[in-house]
Design a binder for this molecule. Structure first.
Ligand SMILES: *Cc1c(COP(=O)(O)O)cnc(C)c1O
Length: 421
């Protein structure tokens, strides 16, 4: 394909896109020349839904007019506000409503989960993680390991790509679990790797882990709202994610957490770090001295939640429920497939795509390695209004998001890259 043919194909695809109008539900930042930027950074911070302002203002108004009575009086009482999220989140990650909750932030939720799900005894104390795991996850797990009296060096098993490859093979991960099964306590992996964009096979990994009595938890930071998930049916033990990437909840937004019902409703509640918002809802305000957890994942809540952050998030989750992951995923595969073909045809020599080519093994992110003058190439993208991000030493991450990106955004990016040759 020539650049001209790519332009025409993109124009036709945007014209035929049944989700095209959803772009209007978002504020699109503008470049210095006044045009809307090609925003390919929704994997880092999703754009602001237009409805977020009104949703937050509604709660500001409730606060202004009702004060403390806002906890019980408004249409959406604050005391149960987080319950408005259960159905939306359940659909997004493939769970039962009582298996998901919006609370805290991602790394906090990871610590809460590790406190309950990483309680090793003797020989079985190791944790299997993926290569290039996100730093916060590495710090969290290393500190939890140290708290149990082990060292990260002895307790962490890393799944790595084969020499010359960038991404993992499911068979290799499974082989690693089988090989270390008598020492492994927990498998903890990023569902979609932040660096390569690889979507791992959660079901096969979880099944293998469970066969050996090993727990399996996943970080969905780059997966929630991006790829189809069925955590409940896959028998995942726990999962955590944030809402400011693909889910457009705004910087530092309240995060998400999943605990499978077999743990959330266990006859003897799992040990945990407790707070009053996790106490049995029906007796929370009796203010008794002893903690009795609410059944399900809500029993891991600590504090009454930051209401304005929840209010900013709600409209975006409503959009996801309205469109549904099936339609989003279908458009996402088209966008990313179009992008990947255009890059490979126009720039076969100058870039290398690290992300797997099979649609089932990736979400909407393409990570490209730029072989020459990588930093200048990145600077040229930004200078031309293509918003993307840089990862050392020579990788640019590009994420066409199906809710608000157009095929035209991809063309703009490819045009700049083609000039860099
Ligand atoms: C974005 C991201 C985080 C960020 O953690 P916060 O606690 O939200 O600051 C953590 N882990 C992964 C895998 C991420 O992609």
């Amino acid at each position: 394909m020539t650049l001209e043919e790519i332009r025409e194909a993109a124009f036709a695809r945007d014209h035929a896109d049944i989700l095209a109008t959803y772009r209007d539900r978002f504020h699109i930042p503008r470049h210095t020349d006044g045009t809307e930027v090609a925003y390919l950074c929704g994997n880092s911070l999703g754009l602001a839904p237009r409805a977020a302002r009104e949703s937050v203002e509604q709660e500001l108004q409730a606060w202004a007019t009702m004060g403390v009575e806002g906890h019980f009086k408004p249409v959406r009482p604050w005391v149960s506000y987080h319950e408005l999220f259960s159905e939306h989140l359940a659909k997004l990650v493939g769970a039962r409503p009582y298996e998901v909750v919006a609370m805290n932030t991602l790394t906090v939720n990871l610590h809460l989960m590790l406190t309950s799900f990483y309680r090793p005894q003797s020989q079985r104390f190791k944790v299997l993680v993926g290569h290039t795991a996100f730093p916060s996850d590495r710090y969290a797990i290393a500190s939890q390991i140290a708290l149990r009296g082990y060292t990260p060096e002895e307790a962490i098993v890393v799944a790595r790509p084969r020499p010359g490859e960038y991404t993992l093979r499911t068979t290799d991960i499974i082989e690693l679990i089988d090989r270390h099964h008598s020492e492994l306590y927990l498998v903890l992996m990023d569902a979609v790797n932040y660096y390569t964009g690889e979507f791992i096979d959660i079901e096969s990994i979880t099944t293998t882990a469970r066969q050996h009595g090993i727990l399996a938890g996943f970080d969905l930071a780059h997966a929630a709202g991006n790829v189809p998930l069925t955590l409940h049916d896959w028998d995942v033990d726990f999962a955590v994610w944030c809402h400011y990437k693909y889910l457009n909840g705004g910087p530092g937004c309240v995060a998400g957490c999943f605990v499978h019902e077999r743990h959330g409703f266990a006859r003897v509640p799992l040990p945990r770090l407790a707070g009053w918002w996790g106490h049995d809802k029906h007796s929370r305000f009796a203010m008794g001295p002893d903690f009795e957890p609410t059944p399900g994942v809500e029993g891991w809540q600590l504090s009454n939640p930051p209401l304005f952050s929840l209010a900013a998030l709600l409209p975006s989750l409503q959009l996801f429920s309205e469109v549904g992951m099936d339609y989003l995923r279908a458009k996402s595969e088209m966008l990313t497939g179009f992008f990947d073909r255009a890059l490979r045809e126009l720039l076969p020599q100058s870039i290398e795509i690290l992300t797997p080519l099979e649609p089932a093994r990736r979400g909407c992110q393409l990570s490209i390695r730029v072989k020459h003058n990588a930093k200048q190439t990145f600077a040229a993208l930004i200078a031309n209004g293509v918003i993307c991000d840089w990862r050392e030493p020579d990788v640019i991450r590009l994420a066409p998001v199906p809710l608000y990106n157009r095929f035209a955004d991809i063309v703009r990016c490819v045009e700049v890259l083609a000039c860099q040759k």
